[in-house]
Design a protein. Structure first.
Lengths: 228, 292
């Protein structure tokens, strides 16, 4: 992290924590993609695998959180180190929450014993789920390369996923008479979960902007803006 | 270049524009919000330039910390603020140090009076080998206190109360100042400094000889004192600067062409900003411990 070696072990701790966050993000990304595939293919076995994989995600998340708190307490970081570690706790939260949302998709599928949907809705769900996973991958790339510009870029790219959710809700509303209330609600939820994963991806990129520059793209932390 | 006077939180351009305006009105040096204004300060020890080109204003009733590696000139700058360097025969100062707008190095300025108004507390607690009472009374008398015995008792009590020491020593004022603990001795020295009714207190590593609890007591005291005094503290302890100061000046050593090492001001910012978002890479490297 630096050409100087006065804090070599601290630099190694920071690098290890970042590697751990990226690895955790990789597991969540993989689970998001598998949840999408299970949902689109009605693959209940795959859905069970998604649900089972969440335990490891939770364990790793807890360990990384602990590592960050320990580093904060023991190294008393300032400036970019402080920004990195504080923002990383938020990034870890966004990653872990995304993991839970992927599990929600899988659980919904298992609960209903598979989904029946029109080609129209199937296509929309496929596009938006892949869009969300793609954004999530970009968020992780931003963390990996500490790309300060990614925050704004991902925020713009997220509009596409948001538009697809709008289309999905319209399509579900149009077909709801035929598919029944419960299924309409379940499929709407899947859309909502995927939309939230895309939002978490944007948050990750915006926290990376903060790590690098000390301010957020819109001067407000993501949570505040989302709720505004 | 004649009027640059960076103030924490004010960028150079704005600061310059403001000081030019006010200079026209006053015909002197700006003192708004600042108690001491240093301009183009160079300090030499014989031919050796220890500090070069330091320009900054110390805000009134705030705590300003000077930080930087050994040899960066932070103690030299501090000592130049109340002419403590006069006591070193080879020391020489160029530039101006204006206290309430008056250059303290101008002809006809009495350095003793300057040191009465700009008090100093040193690294190692240095009470006189006298009673607790006399430690306060002596300094006040030397500096012209001519009150009655009762008024002197009042002054001693007030100074000890202000230094958060009264409750601990009120029943043993005749005991030696040296009988106190290190932390108490340092608070006695602070009481002695404020008994002469200064409005600036300079502190040169005031806690480096103290344990963590005594250190925290001095830090709490500083936060109390800044209501009535402007405080300027040199510290090696960056966490201390971060905990107590309102503004932080980072000084660093720069190498001249012939290898001479001169201390220079790198950044002067609100403490909150300096420790979260420093403007200069050199500041970032120093405070995060990546000095090569």
């Amino acid at each position: 992290m630096s050409e100087h070696d006065t804090r070599q072990s601290f630099d190694e701790q920071l690098a290890d924590t970042k590697k751990g966050a990226l690895a955790l993000g990789g597991l969540v990304l993989e689970n998001t993609r598998r949840a999408t595939e299970a949902m689109l293919e009605n693959d209940l076995d795959l859905a069970q695998e998604v649900i089972a994989a969440d335990d490891e995600i939770d364990d790793r998340y807890a360990a990384l959180e602990h590592a960050v708190f320990s580093t904060l307490a023991r190294q008393q970081p300032v400036a970019r180190d402080l920004r990195f570690l504080v923002a990383l706790t938020r990034v870890l939260y966004d990653i872990e929450r995304s993991g839970d949302l992927a599990v929600n998709v899988a659980k919904g599928l298992v609960r209903r014993d598979g989904y029946t949907m029109s080609p129209d809705i199937h296509g929309l769900l496929a596009r938006m789920s892949r869009g969300a996973a793609d954004l999530f991958a970009q968020g992780l790339d931003a963390l990996d390369s500490l790309d300060a510009a990614a925050g704004r870029r991902l925020d713009d790219a997220d509009d596409e996923v948001d538009d697809l959710v709008g289309e999905l809700y319209s399509a579900i509303a149009a077909e709801s008479g035929g598919m029944g209330f419960d299924l309409a609600v379940e499929l709407s939820r899947v859309g909502r979960y995927m939309e939230r994963i895309a939002d978490h991806a944007v948050n990750i990129a915006e926290h990376v902007t903060f790590m690098v520059t000390g301010s957020f793209p819109d001067d407000l932390p993501p949570g505040v803006r989302d709720e505004a | 270049m004649s009027q640059e006077r960076p103030r924490a939180g004010i960028d150079l351009a704005r600061s310059r524009a403001r000081s030019e305006d006010e200079d026209r009105g006053e015909g002197g040096v700006v003192t708004t919000d600042t108690v001491i204004d240093v301009e183009h300060l160079d300090v030499f020890y014989a031919d050796f330039k220890a500090v070069g080109g330091v320009t900054l204003g110390f805000p009134t009733n705030e705590i300003t910390a000077l930080i930087g590696p050994s040899g960066c000139g932070k103690s030299t700058v501090l000592r130049s603020l109340n002419r403590m360097n006069d006591l070193i025969p080879t020391a020489r100062v160029e530039g101006t140090v204006a206290y309430h707008g008056r250059d303290i190095y101008a002809d006809g300025i009495d350095p003793v009076e300057i040191r009465r108004r700009i008090g100093m507390v040193f690294q190692k607690p240095n009470p006189f080998p006298k009673s607790i009472h006399d430690n306060i009374a002596w300094g006040a008398k030397i500096n012209g206190f001519r009150g009655t015995k009762v008024e002197m008792a009042d002054l001693v009590e007030q100074a000890l109360r202000s230094a958060a020491l009264w409750d601990e020593v009120k029943d043993k004022l005749s005991e030696s100042g040296l009988s106190l603990s290190g932390g108490q001795q340092q608070r006695l020295c602070i009481a002695r400094a404020i008994a002469t009714q200064p409005d600036v207190v300079l502190m040169d590593e005031p806690c480096s000889a103290l344990d963590p609890i005594a250190t925290l007591r001095i830090e709490e005291l500083m936060l109390e004192l800044k209501r009535d005094y402007s405080i300027i503290i040199v510290t090696h302890n960056m966490q201390q600067a971060a905990r107590v100061s309102d503004n932080t000046a980072f000084l660093n050593v720069s190498m001249g062409e012939t290898g001479q090492r001169t201390g220079r001001l790198v950044e002067f910012s609100p403490t909150d900003q300096l420790f979260t978002r420093p403007r200069e890479q050199a500041t970032e490297d120093y405070i995060t411990g990546r000095f090569g």
